[in-house]
Ligand binder design. Sequence first.
Ligand code: ZN
Length: 481
Amino acid sequence: MKIRIDGGVVVGWSGTGHEIIPNGSVIIDNNTIESVGTDKSLPVDKVIDASGKIVSPGFVNLHVHSQLNVGDYLLADVTRKDYLTANWFVFGAPLKEKVTPPPAPAVAIGRKFALFSALKNGSTTVLDPGGGPGALDEYVAIAGQQGGRVFFSPPYRSADIFTDVQGRHYYEEREDRGRPGLKRAVEFIKQYHGAHNGRVQGILNPAQAETCEPSLLKESVAAAKELDVPIHIHAGGNTREFLHILNSHRKPVVEYLADTGILGPRTTLGHMAITGGHSRIDYPRGEELKLIADSGASVGHCPHKCAKMAFAMESFDQYLAAGINIGLGTDTYPLDIIAEMRYASLISRLVDKNASGARPAAVFNAATIGGAGALGRKDLGRLAVGAKADVVIVNLRTTRYGPARDPINALVEYGSGADVETVIVDGEVVIENGRSTRIDEDDLFAQADAGAKRAWDSWAGRDWNGRSTEDIIPPAFPTRR
Ligand SMILES: [Zn+2]
């Protein structure tokens, strides 16, 4: 099947960077970009009119947990102030006695909804550091059905995090020290790496810097090398983790990770906002940014999630200047990579008190070639001849943008995933006129709605103090009875 996309503002590839081609034309041959230019005469099977629209490389989203927003909704817990910016503990650190695996249908609907939501909002590739557990063959089937690219294997760790009856968080070493989890991940990758015409890719997910003992990280590095896959690890995502590692190892998290050997060109550090020298940390910044840059490791920056918890990376521009490859991830809902570019830009400007910082080109690069580089893929994140045919078409002719002088500046300043009209992955149109060509979106939404409501309504049954969703997050306004 050959597709020609005519008339849009094409974000092409010069050989070294993105370039703008007004009134351009992109030709897709099966799953590959065949040409990027202005010739609209070549015969094809299908023509897509992109006049007034931006024809962009598909975005690479380095942080999509394949789950519903049940926990996201609870992040800003009003009942306590001692989370040390790690508000995910509200749903991720249960009472040990109340740990129950979620029912399989709930896991499935979380996977379906998250992968679809990210895709529909413009992310043609996602890195999934883990959602609900189990049913791994079903995971692969869901990823195949939703239509996007996903880098995944089940996460593992050598220590779990719990909350006690007084609401105190603690780490507890697992009896199995995480090794069965690593083994499961390796087996998953051996079985499914390359499934669905390469849309399913393996990546190892040692879960968090402070929940994986150094020997588990070393074994992860060896396994990733043998499997020839990248690694993702949450690190530098909150001050509790930083203090835990500082207390245990007397060094900041980056130095700790460097000593385990996990920093390297195929490793992505999810978040990496909290380092020595951060304004929330009483420890000087040493050579941490240089250590990351010299190792070739990437940072999966999720500015919106950090902002929800009232802190920021300090800063996007400073990391770039240090030579670090940065990709962007959404982490929590909305899984809108276009809005995430704006958060990355604005928050960096705020941190540096520099209105001309974090330029649109820099955050657009992060959301495309930065993410692709983190995953070791030169055939993603760019509309270059021979690259994978992953394309996103965004309508710029709406009142949201007004007259757009420069398409990238406009997209970053004003854009939204809601403006994504067409998504093509591996040469197939999977979103057309804003709707899935593969699944029943209304049915998916109804299932997600019912699943999330069930979880919120029964939250008190699993909470450490029997708190309801409304205790944790009071309604914005009272409801008239
Ligand atoms: Zn995460």
